[in-house]
Structure formats: structure tokens, C-alpha cells
Ligand binder design. Structure first.
Ligand code: HEC
Length: 128
């Protein structure tokens, strides 16, 4: 099945990374990332591109693959593939062309557009 075309809808999703931590009676957030992308559209893309054949992805029932690492709690990760600091732009960069980041990676280039990569990233940042 062909993925849906990019909807052109860009939502700014503020994702609070890390749970609220209690420090000496004060409630603080670890940090907050503004993600440019549509997480619902990203979820559909994840389903149609078959990311779940290689990854366990919370919220995607059929995503049970064990070829790549599980993408659980992705918003709390420090690094992407052990190569890049975990930021929205770096995640989109990885998703668009993994081998450009890590030449020997087993993750294929799935031909995502920039907008699609940002939508998928927006979904992955809901995993916190
Ligand atoms: C053929 C299997 C395969 C498919 C399909 C695949 N991946 Fe991956 N993915 C991998 C492998 C293997 C790695 C580990 C890469 C590395 O560290 O070199 C990886 C790494 C990742 C990472 C970094 C994980 C980490 O722990 O840092 C993310 C995020 C990711 N994939 C998302 C996706 C998304 C989203 C899709 C679908 C658009 C997808 N992958 C499709 C195999 C796959």
C-alpha cells in the first residue's frame, strides 16, 4: 500500500521529555522539545512503511520486529543509533537516510520525504 501523501498539516507539538521529577519539593521537567510534524500522520506512515517488521513500537499493534532496537520511550533517549544526539532534526535526518549517518547500518532507506520524516519523528516523540 502506498503511504498517504503529506497532508501539509504541520502541528507544533510540545513534548515533555521525561516524567515530572520531584526535586526538593519542586516539580521540574527534564527538557521540552518542539516537534514540527503531525504525529497521527506519522503513526499511519509507520504502519504503511512496515517499520514494525524490524522494531517494537508502542501504540502500533503489529510492530513486533526484533531486527532493530525497540523504539520504546524514544523521547527519553539521548542518542540515535549511538551516532547522533536525539533531536527532532537529527531524528528526521536518520529516518530519511540512515546510511548517510551510519554507512554499515542494517536499517534501509525507505524513501521518506522531509515532511514524512518529521511526521514519523513527531510520533516517536510521543513515546515518553
Ligand atoms: C529492515 C529492518 C528495518 C526497518 C524496515 C526499519 N528499521 Fe529502523 N533500525 C533498524 C536497525 C537494524 C537499526 C539499528 C541501527 C544502528 O544502530 O545502526 C534501526 C534503528 C532505528 C532507529 C534508532 C534507534 C535507536 O535505538 O537509536 C530509529 C528511530 C528507527 N530505526 C526508526 C525506524 C522507523 C520509523 C522505520 C520505518 C519508517 C524503521 N526504523 C524501519 C532496522 C530497520
Amino acid at each position: 500500500m502506498r503511504p498517504l501523501p503529506a497532508s501539509g498539516v504541520v502541528l507544533l507539538v510540545a513534548v515533555a521529555v521525561g516524567s515530572l521529577a520531584c526535586t526538593g519539593g519542586k516539580v521540574t521537567r527534564a527538557y521540552t522539545v518542539a516537534v514540527e510534524g503531525n504525529p497521527l500522520h506519522g503513526k499511519q506512515l509507520i504502519q504503511s512503511y512496515g517499520c514494525g517488521s524490524c522494531h517494537i513500537i508502542p501504540g502500533i499493534r503489529t510492530a513486533r520486529g526484533l531486527v532493530g532496537p525497540p523504539l520504546t520511550l524514544f523521547a527519553r533517549r539521548t542518542m540515535i543509533a549511538g551516532e547522533l544526539p536525539n533531536s527532532p532534526d537529527n531524528l528526521a535526518r536518520w529516518l530519511k537516510d540512515p546510511a548517510a549517518v551510519e554507512p554499515k547500518t542494517a536499517m534501509p532507506n525507505l524513501g521518506l520525504t522531509s515532511q514524512q520524516a518529521h511526521d514519523v519523528a513527531a510520533y516517536l516523540y510521543t513515546l515518553q
